[in-house]
Ligand binder design. Sequence first.
Ligand code: NCD
Length: 307
Amino acid sequence: MKNVRHLIEPSDLTNDEILTLVNLGIEMEDNPKKYADLCKGKILGSLFFEPSTRTKFSFDSAMLRLGGSLMGFTDANTTSAKKGESLGDTIKVMGSYTDIIVMRHPKEGAPKLASEYSTIPVINGGDGGHQHPTQTLTDLITITKYKNTIENHTIAFCGDLKFGRTVHSLIKTLARFNTKKFYLISPKELRLPEFIIDKIKSKYDVEIEEITQLEDAMDKIDILYMTRIQKERFFNEEDYLKLKNSYILTNDKIKNAKDDMIIMHPLPRVNEISPEIDTNKRAIYFEQARLGVYVRMALIAKLLGEI
Ligand code: NCD
């Protein structure tokens, strides 16, 4: 078990490993034929205890494009979890049916627990409001393609910074790469947890400014990372309804934006980005979703030791 590598949170990867995965992803996108049989005979176990579109299907697509196969579920009610089987037992068995596991779970820490029982690599495909490391890799390949480097940008995170796991993973990772400044834009109820801010400030020399109005930062940012208000993580419907339309990006709101500013979103969006933005040249979120396939190909190949 000792030599098995897992990806539970971005800190499981060094900066060099992250850059290698991003560059390998770009290379795989450019030369798909070269990698088409790389994982032939290998099986991806895809265990989704919580809904997903992009993470689930981009992993499936990644494995198929590497020549591998897949099995799994998107509804844990069809599995023995429903009969009361422990996660540890499920994982132990899946380890003899598959070669690598991607797992999404509503409980924070579940993929970490799974990795402790697993004899094969476990990838966290999102755990509750905690972490989402492969979305971070997706975001980083996108930033690299559009901005040439992941260093030295001014980045605004906007929306649900409290429950949004994509933000938690990405901000901690970007802090490791000389980010110039972070703007944190949220209603006060959905601020980025204090412990994350403290951790970043104690380790890195990066400016962090918290504001509530998106327009106040618009002309200063290189990357705008919009997020969905995480309805499923609220304790009551009333609070969600109060906050759900906190930010709605329209053409009018971005009129002062830099010409080469990029607008990202992990998707799914609800109504935080008006569809009129989709045709704006700054909107790259569908490309971002597409690029996720290639960086996940790179990750699978690396964790399986095929490259
Ligand atoms: C995100 C997630 O699941 O955290 N989606 C994704 O994986 N691209 C974002 C979200 O659900 O808001």
